[in-house]
Write a protein that binds this ligand. Structure first.
Ligand code: 2AM
Ligand code: CA
Ligand code: CA
Ligand code: CA
Length: 263
């Protein structure tokens, strides 16, 4: 396997970062707001990102790093190896709940996701995939997803997108709420991707995500046959914020055509 050594290295770094996050629960967090009062960041988000960057720069000096908290590189193209890192995805959950958050990491080579990781630190559950070699939850292979229908589906969707907003025709989403078996909102895009990959939910929809939120999860979800695009049905670019849909193959097209209409 072409990326076996890189896979060992990344898993080791992620596990050590997880230990640091667990230890952080015994000290007080420094919490700040970013774009608005509910867009939070802590000293731990920053320290974990810096921990990854320190090691990657030392051990893989030719690789670039795109990290949410801005300590990495300014990236305008995806040539070579790019690590897309969200040190804590689900920071609000991390602060309020001390659970329902994850480390999210995707390693891309010339724009193609070759390695993906989502680490649910609290449950010690590491979701991982090497492109072309299947997805794993810890050491267990994750089975390829079977088909489902809209009426039997559980969909990951934030209530924020269902109230009237400037981005999407919310009547389509209201109809979706009426037609599906259930709606869930976990507050961590990475975990929702992990849950799609493991069949706990059947799709996840978001109106605004960044490359680091989805880079790892998309590699994992695609290995089990899920389909990931933006809400126009276009391929993901991993260079800027975009809309996002990941779903079992059998309902991806129907979700786009019958329920999702961008303004
Ligand atoms: P975060 O916790 O790393 O910020 C919450 O539903 C999901 O959306 C989380 O994955 C969260 O990632 C992400 N998110 C929260 N605020 C965001 C923002 N202002 N822009 C883009 N993504 C955001
Ligand atoms: Ca954030
Ligand atoms: Ca995030
Ligand atoms: Ca984050």
């Amino acid at each position: 396997m072409e990326h076996q050594m890189l896979d060992y290295y990344a898993k080791d770094l992620i596990k050590k970062a997880g230990i640091k996050i667990r230890h952080s629960f015994s000290s007080e967090l420094a919490i700040e707001s970013k774009s608005d009062a509910n867009d939070l960041v802590t000293n731990i988000d920053k320290e974990i990102e810096q921990y990854f960057i320190h090691h990657i720069r030392k051990d893989y000096p030719g690789h670039l790093i795109l990290g949410e908290e801005g300590f990495g590189d300014n990236i305008s193209a995806l040539d070579g190896y790019v690590w897309m890192l969200d040190p804590i995805d689900g920071t609000m959950n991390f602060i309020h709940q001390q659970r329902n958050f994850a480390i999210s990491l995707g390693i891309y080579k010339d724009g193609v996701g070759v390695l993906g990781y989502i680490y649910d630190v609290i449950h010690n559950e590491l979701y991982s995939a090497q492109k072309g070699h299947g997805a794993y939850l810890n050491d267990e292979p994750i089975p390829v997803l079977e088909s489902t229908t809209i009426s039997e589906a559980i969909i990951g969707l934030s209530p924020n997108w269902i109230i009237p907003n400037r981005r999407i025709d919310n009547e389509g989403l209201i109809k979706l709420v009426q037609d599906v078996r259930g709606i869930r909102s976990y507050g961590s895009a990475a975990l929702e991707l992990a849950y799609v990959a493991t069949g706990r939910i059947d799709a996840y929809i978001s109106l605004r995500l960044s490359p680091w939120d989805i880079a790892g999860g998309v590699v994992i979800a695609q290995e089990v046959g899920a389909v990931a695009t933006n809400l126009n049905g276009q391929p993901l670019k991993f260079l800027e914020q975009d809309t996002f849909l990941v779903a079992r193959k059998s309902i991806h097209e129907t979700l786009l055509s019958n329920y999702i209409s961008l303004k």
